[in-house]
Write a protein that binds this ligand. Structure first.
Ligand SMILES: Nc1ncnc2c1ncn2[C@@H]1O[C@H](COP(=O)(O)OP(=O)(O)OP(=O)(O)O)[C@@H](O)[C@H]1O
Ligand SMILES: O=P(O)(O)OC[C@H]1O[C@H](OP(=O)(O)OP(=O)(O)O)[C@H](O)[C@@H]1O
Length: 211
């Protein structure tokens, strides 16, 4: 019997699209995927074990080797900079990372404040722009920050643009496009490369069909 491959799956937004993609690639996933609060789900006939993690934590599980494979947004990979290989763009959960703020406002000359869930991405971006900023880490409802005077700009995910619009904010710059990626632990890749490569090729075949 082959070793069971462990896959870290993000809960939340990405989950449903990732499950759909795996099923399209003919992986038979048990009914627990559709209605369950279990955090570990075995797909025994496939020799796969899924662990359901917070999206931001997926690269951590993969780097530490407790998951061989993971599915993570490019935003998370850029923020976390974990030691993992990125094997495939799954082209799901598309959105982008952007700088936004109140309309018609200029950045202060002296250390403008940037609120974000992505402190490393934001710091790197403003460093590249040659701007000295103060980063304020928040964990959600980032759009609040400029509205209540906590920050001059935010760095956050934009998908439909509805949250910005309904809160009277505008996008100033796009930092990068974001989709979900298949990532792998480097040691796992060395030892079980054929099964991982088979998964990559099965997923590659269905990626372009899925919107
Ligand atoms: N509109 C969106 N808002 C946030 N993330 C999105 C959006 N569209 C796609 N994504 C992708 O989904 C991932 C986040 O999923 P989700 O919102 O479920 O997690 P989270 O915000 O980190 O979790 P939580 O809100 O529980 O802390 C992001 O890392 C990104 O790659
Ligand atoms: O462009 P839109 O389609 O409106 O999507 C973008 C919004 O969705 C995400 O928030 P989320 O719902 O995850 O809430 P939180 O991060 O504030 O917890 C993101 O942080 C934006 O606020």
């Amino acid at each position: 019997m082959d070793k069971v491959i462990t896959i870290a799956m993000p809960k939340g937004r990405i989950f449903e699209e990732a499950v759909e993609l795996l099923r399209k690639a003919d992986y038979r996933l048990p009914p627990e995927f559709d209605e369950s609060r279990k955090l570990i789900i075995d797909a025994e006939e496939e020799g796969l074990r899924f662990i359901l993690a917070k999206p931001m934590d997926v690269p951590t599980y993969v780097e530490h080797g407790v998951a061989d494979i993971g599915i993570a947004g490019k935003d998370v990979l850029l923020e976390e900079e974990r030691d993992v290989y990125e094997l495939l763009d799954l082209k799901i959960s598309a959105c982008h990372l952007a700088v936004a703020g109140l309309p018609d406002t200029k950045l202060n000359d002296v250390a403008p404040k940037i609120a974000t869930k992505y402190p490393n991405v934001a710091a790197a971006y403003f460093r590249e722009q040659g701007e000295q900023v103060e980063i304020i880490k928040l964990n959600g409802s980032i759009e609040l920050a400029p509205l209540i005077g906590l920050a001059d700009r935010i760095v956050d995910i934009v998908s439909t643009g509805r949250t910005l619009k309904e809160n009277g904010l505008v996008e100033y710059e796009t930092i990068t496009e974001v989709t979900s990626r298949l990532i792998v632990n480097p040691v796992s890749y060395r030892f079980i490369d054929s099964r991982i490569n088979e998964m990559v090729s099965r997923l590659t075949r269905v990626v372009s069909d899925v919107k």
